[in-house]
Write a protein that binds this ligand. Sequence first.
Ligand code: SAH
Length: 368
Amino acid sequence: MPKPGELTFAVPRGAKKPPRHLADLTPAERRAAVAAIGEKPFRAGQVARHYFARYTDDPAGWTDIPAAAREKLAAELLPELMSVVRHISCDGDTTRKTLWRLFDGTLVESVLMRYPDRVTMCVSSQAGCGMNCPFCATGQAGLDRNLSTAEIVHQIVDGMRALRDGEIPGGPARLSNIVFMGMGEPLANYNRVVGAIRRLTDPEPDGLGLSQRGITVSTVGLVPAMLRFAEEGFACRLAVSLHAPDDELRDTLVPVNTRWKVREVLDAAWEYAERSRRRISIEYALIRDINDQAWRGDLLGRLLKGHRVHVNLIPLNPTPGSKWTASRPEDERAFVAALEAHGVPVTVRDTRGQEIDGACGQLAATER
Ligand code: SAH
């Protein structure tokens, strides 16, 4: 029997597994792996420091490790996971999308966004997505496969390296926020995503030493996995992609709603808010004449008022061939007003990365 949240969505069979990497392992497992190849266990900590604190996986520079052992340790702990196909930038080069090719040819994308006061990375947790939301580019092609913990973590390690090395205009910077809002449904790849959160937040050199508070996990509303995630005791933020306050419409916009209804999804969200002491972020893509009526704003306000919550309205980014588009400005304003009338905090998200197909819902990882 699968444990709750240990899901249940089909993953293609027979696929080869990504190579096992330092970032897939706990510190104890790393020591065991190093001992198994006849090296001293403390070498695991040295390699971890190179990777998690210096962002280097090139053994040539590991001067604290005897030359004879470097290649052997690198081969055991740091196999090549992915390579950059290309970077594409916009917004004065402060938004950069990276297309990655994984060991088996699978493509995924990540996006780095530099703002005056913070740097956010949007990472993928799966190649493709099985949730099939009709307005989302990633959803159109279906699920390719789950990413391994290390494949998730490496997107971030490389982003931190790029920031340190001044590759993003504005001088060297540190990553402050990570959002699991790239390709995939993070809670459908539960164990790997939780493993990644541990690697991201374990103190250096065991992990990257990032703050849990700076991490946001975004879900379509997989209720058993949300409840299980609440039990982990993280201080991460949970974002719920709601997009409609009523089941009739949400069944069509977020097809998994036919399994877990709006009420159940929100109840699970409040449970998470209680445990984490964090506000829930409600994601709502405003789609012209579909879900943007003031009465729906009012209904949403009624559902959310009095809870620990913040609504993020996202002007729809139309995907190729879509019949839908973003709301008219006056409808957007009326929707905001309807929420504010219930005292529900709301902001409209900026739409960085649009012209590089790097904005919300546009990640499709095609070779063009
Ligand atoms: N599967 C997770 C993570 C993807 S996050 C989730 O659904 O939450 C990406 C966010 O962008 C989600 O809120 C998603 O619903 C939203 N999104 C998808 N396609 C979009 C589009 N075309 N325009 C605006 N937002 C979109």
